[in-house]
Design a protein around this ligand. Structure first.
Ligand SMILES: NC(=O)c1ccc[n+]([C@@H]2O[C@H](COP(=O)([O-])OP(=O)(O)OC[C@H]3O[C@@H](n4cnc5c(N)ncnc54)[C@H](OP(=O)(O)O)[C@@H]3O)[C@@H](O)[C@H]2O)c1
Length: 339
């Protein structure tokens, strides 16, 4: 029988953590022991893995003894504090927060785009999962870049509230209910009402007027693609529960026709082409939710420049944008690196 691996899920009670547990089950990851870690608020709660009850334990520096891989999704502070303890115990950390993404000794990996970067995990024992919006964009753009060399990306996102975690899911649900019943809606998670509204702010503002989320897309794209691609982003939170949508414009060195783009994307790993405008078929958040593929459609030549394309890219932010990407990295780790 092939080897089993002991997995710690840090932030197991959260929106991403729950999906991680589901992904490990669905993909039949060879799990020996599973340890579900969260704050002391949830310690003692019971979760389920492969039909068996698992008690949630409080995350401490001693949580990692005997584990092989830790999947972190408990916020940047916890990742900064606890990934080094896990790594010291010989555990490889795959971190979903932004804490380690731009550290030059930590690889930032999308398996369909730069799987070879995983080898760099040895320096710190940490691999970073990119931002959800960056992951889905690059899964779709990699085959286009390989063919025509992308010079510039202009992206506008339409991001679901699940990207903020479980409290934001409740905020949209409660606000929508209150407003539909003619009552005022309170906001706590977001600075303004999210129900029936769009917020052109995701995360805090930087000195240059962009938000941190926008700068993550710029900086992470450069790190992952390792190419001279200039990116500019506008990130918007929309009242959708699951699935981020993106309007993406790319300028390439070599011309890519719509037909060629469709051909490249049809053959690309992790991509599903949904591009049949005559039948009103295009990617939508409601279709991406619960799936692992990145949906791409509305492919048009940008008629305002010589070599440009417009695309509409949609994926489930909790799955390909977080949990699935992390579990795919773990699969590559045990296949090619860990003994
Ligand atoms: N949501 C997304 O689409 C997405 C995508 C990519 C990356 N991420 C990243 O993943 C992380 C989690 O996001 P989420 O959406 O799952 O958030 P969430 O639903 O709010 O869940 C947060 C998780 O972290 C745990 N936690 C909080 N404080 C803790 C502490 N002091 N010690 C131990 N555990 C603690 C929570 O445990 P309790 O239940 O005990 O509070 C919970 O399990 C964040 O870093 C986020 O940036 C999220």
């Amino acid at each position: 029988m092939s080897r089993l691996w002991n997995i710690a899920v840090v932030g197991a009670t959260g929106a991403v953590g729950a999906q991680m547990i589901e992904c490990l089950e669905e993909r039949n990851f060879p799990v020996g022991k599973i340890k579900c870690l969260a704050s002391n608020r949830s310690a003692g709660e019971v979760l389920e893995f492969n039909g068996k009850a698992v008690l949630v334990e409080e995350l401490t520096h001693d949580s990692f003894e005997g584990m092989d891989i830790a999947l972190f999704s408990a916020g940047g502070e916890r990742s900064r504090e606890f990934c080094p303890s896990a790594a010291k115990a010989g555990v490889v950390c795959i971190d979903n927060s932004s804490a380690w993404r731009m550290d030059e000794d930590v690889p930032l990996v999308v398996p369909e785009v730069n799987p070879q970067a995983i080898a760099g995990y040895r320096k710190k024992g940490i691999i970073a999962n990119p931002n959800c919006s960056t992951i889905q964009m690059l899964v779709a753009l990699k085959p286009l870049h390989d063919f025509g060399t992308i010079k510039r990306i202009v992206v506008s996102t339409y991001q679901a509230v699940s990207g903020t975690g479980k409290k934001a899911l409740d905020e949209l649900r409660v606000q929508a209910g209150e407003l539909l019943n003619g009552r005022p809606a309170k906001n706590e998670v977001y600075p303004h009402r999210i129900a029936f509204n769009c917020l052109p702010q995701i995360d805090a503002f930087c000195d240059n007027g962009y938000t941190k989320e926008e700068m993550k897309m710029v900086n992470e794209t450069a790190k992952i693609m390792g190419a001279d691609i200039r990116t500019t982003a506008t990130c918007v939170r929309v009242p959708v529960f699951f699935g981020h949508s993106e309007s993406v414009n790319v300028e390439t060195v070599k011309k890519i026709t719509v037909q060629k783009a469709r051909e490249l994307l049809s053959a690309a790993p992790g991509v599903e082409l949904v591009d049949n405008p005559q039948e009103n078929e295009y990617p939508m958040a409601i279709d991406a939710a619960g799936a692992d593929l990145t949906l791409v459609g509305r492919i048009r030549e940008d008629e305002s420049i010589d070599n440009g394309l417009n695309l509409w890219i949609v994926a489930d932010n909790l799955r390909k944008g977080a949990a699935t990407n992390a579990v795919q990295i773990a699969e590559l780790l045990i296949k090619d690196y860990l003994k």
